[in-house]
Design a protein around this ligand. Structure first.
Ligand SMILES: *Cc1c(COP(=O)(O)O)cnc(C)c1O
Length: 428
C-alpha cells in the first residue's frame, strides 16, 4: 500500500490484499509447513535465492501481512513479528551485537529490557553502559566505546514516563557510527514515528496498545532502511561478511535495505525460534484495525484523569507529560503533538502503604501486571514488575518506591474518575 494513505487507512486496509475470489479477511495460515512441486524449488528457498514460505518458525503468510501493516504504520522498509516484546528487543540488539560488543542504553527502559541487557546479555559477553535520558550531548558521547554497536531507548519510558529526545539520541548514535533502536511501544506510530526523527530501528511490545485488548503477548521489529551497515563492515561483520550457514551469502550485498530484517529472520528466528503464532498475529491484526481510534481516546481519558489526580488532596505528585509544568511537557509536544499515551504515574501522600490500600479499594480498575489495554488497570512497580531492583536501581530507572502506575482505559472517563475518587477516600 502506498505511504500516501493516512494512518487510519493503513490500520484498516494494509497488510492482507486479497486477490480475486480470496477471503476478504486475513486468513489464519494455521500450518507449520508449505508445499512445493519440486525439490529444486524448495532448495532455492533454503538458499535464500527465492522468497517464499517453508516453515512457520521463520515466516508465515499471516504473520507477514501483520508485520507489513506495522511496517507501513512506522514508515519502515521491512518488519518482522516476534513472540514477545522481550524477543523483539533481544533480536534487535543481538542481530548486530555479539560477544565482545557494547550497547549504550537509556537508564529508564522497561524493567524487562533492563534485565535483558544488564543480566542475561551480559552473560552472553555483551556489555552495556546505562545513560540518563536527560544527559547532555557530552555526557552521552562519553558513554560510547570502540566496540559500541547500538543505542537503545524508549520513546516514552515504561513506567517512568520520560520522553526521549529522539533527535539528541540519534545524533549521538550517528556521530559514533551506530544505529539508534527505539522501543516505541507506549507512543505507538499513531502518536510518534521515531524514524521521522532519526531513529533507525523501532521495536514494539505489541502486547500493549497494538493488541489493545490484553489477548496476546507479541512483539515486532521494524527497520527504517536508513542505516547503511555496508559503510562499517568491520563493525557489523554479521551483515557485511559472508554467512557460512547460507552458503556464503552477504546480507548487505544480496538484500540491500532488507539486510537487517532478513538476517534477523533467517538466522535468529531459525536458530532461536521466538516466532509469533499465526493465531496471535490474526488477533493482533484485529487490534491494529482500531489502533487509530483507541489511542486518541486513551490519551484524552488519561489527560482528564491526570488533571483530576493533580487536584486531589491525597495525591502527593502526578507524572504525566501531557500536564503543563511536567518536566517533559515540551518534548512531548514536539514529538507527540496529538497525544502521548494512556499511562500515568502518581504517588500518594501516605506513600507506599497508602498505595497498596488505595489499590485494594478500586472496583473498576483492576490490579494486573499489564498496561495499555482497553481496561483501566493499576500496578505498583516497586512491589511487582520491578521488585528485583534495589532502591538505588529503582531511582535510576525513574521508579519511586511509592509510584503507582495507572493505565487509563477507554471506558467512560467519569466512571474511571469516580472509581479513583472512592478508593482515595478510603486512604487516610
Ligand atoms: C511490555 C514491554 C516490553 C516487553 O514486552 P512483552 O511483550 O511483555 O515481552 C518491552 N518494552 C516495553 C516498553 C514494554 O512496555
Amino acid at each position: 500500500m502506498s505511504r500516501e494513505y493516512g494512518k487510519e487507512t493503513i490500520c484498516i486496509q494494509s497488510g492482507w490484499k486479497p486477490k480475486n475470489g480470496e477471503p476478504r479477511v486475513l486468513p489464519i495460515y494455521q500450518s507449520t509447513t508449505f508445499k512445493y512441486e519440486t525439490s529444486e524449488q524448495m532448495g532455492r528457498l533454503f538458499d535464500l535465492e527465492e522468497s517464499g514460505f517453508f516453515y512457520t518458525r521463520l515466516q508465515n503468510p499471516t504473520n507477514e501481512c501483520v508485520a507489513r501493516k506495522i511496517c507501513e504504520l512506522e514508515g519502515g522498509v521491512a518488519a518482522m513479528l516476534t513472540s514477545s516484546g522481550q524477543a523483539a528487543n533481544y533480536y534487535a540488539v543481538f542481530n548486530i551485537c555479539e560477544a565482545g560488543g557494547h550497547v549504550v542504553m537509556s537508564s529508564t527502559v522497561y524493567g524487562g529490557t533492563f534485565n535483558l541487557l544488564m543480566v542475561t546479555m551480559k552473560k552472553m559477553g555483551i556489555e552495556c553502559t546505562v545513560v540518563d535520558p536527560d544527559a547532555t550531548e557530552e555526557e552521552l558521547n562519553g558513554a560510547f566505546r570502540e566496540n559500541t554497536k547500538c543505542v537503545l531507548a524508549e520513546t516514552i519510558a515504561n513506567p517512568a514516563l520520560v520522553v526521549l529526545d529522539i533527535e539528541k539520541f540519534a545524533r549521538a548514535a550517528h556521530d559514533h557510527q551506530v544505529p539508534l533502536i527505539v522501543d516505541n511501544t507506549f507512543a505507538t506510530p499513531i502518536n510518534c514515528r521515531p524514524f521521522e526523527w532519526g531513529a533507525d530501528i523501532v521495536t514494539h511490545s505489541t502486547t500493549k496498545y497494538m493488541d489493545g485488548h490484553g489477548m496476546c503477548v507479541g512483539g515486532a521489529i521494524v527497520d527504517s532502511g536508513n542505516f547503511d551497515w555496508s559503510r562499517y563492515p568491520d563493525k557489523y561483520p554479521g551483515l557485511c561478511e559472508p554467512d557460512e550457514s547460507y552458503h556464503g551469502i552477504t546480507y548487505t550485498e544480496k538484500f540491500g535495505k532488507l539486510a537487517y530484517i532478513t538476517k534477523a529472520t533467517s538466522q535468529l528466528m531459525r536458530d532461536l525460534g521466538s516466532s509469533q503464532s499465526p493465531q496471535n498475529a490474526f488477533l493482533l491484526n484485529i487490534g491494529l484495525e482500531t489502533l487509530h481510534l483507541r489511542v486518541p481516546r486513551h490519551c484524552e481519558n488519561a489527560l482528564k484523569v491526570a488533571a483530576y489526580l493533580e487536584k486531589n488532596e491525597k495525591v502527593a505528585w502526578v507524572n504525566y507529560p501531557g500536564l503543563e509544568g511536567n518536566k517533559y511537557y515540551d518534548l512531548a509536544k514536539k514529538y507527540m503533538p496529538e497525544g502521548i499515551c494512556g499511562v500515568i504515574s502518581f504517588g500518594l501522600k501516605g506513600g507506599r502503604e497508602a498505595a497498596g490500600k488505595m489499590m485494594d479499594h478500586l472496583q473498576l480498575a483492576a490490579i494486573v501486571t499489564h498496561v495499555a489495554d482497553a481496561r483501566t488497570c493499576v500496578l505498583h512497580p516497586a512491589s511487582h514488575t520491578h521488585r528485583q531492583m534495589n532502591d538505588e536501581q529503582l531511582v535510576e530507572a525513574g521508579v519511586a518506591p511509592d509510584l503507582i502506575r495507572l493505565s487509563v482505559g477507554i471506558e467512560n472517563v467519569d466512571d474511571i474518575i469516580r472509581d479513583l475518587g472512592q478508593a482515595l477516600e478510603a486512604v487516610d
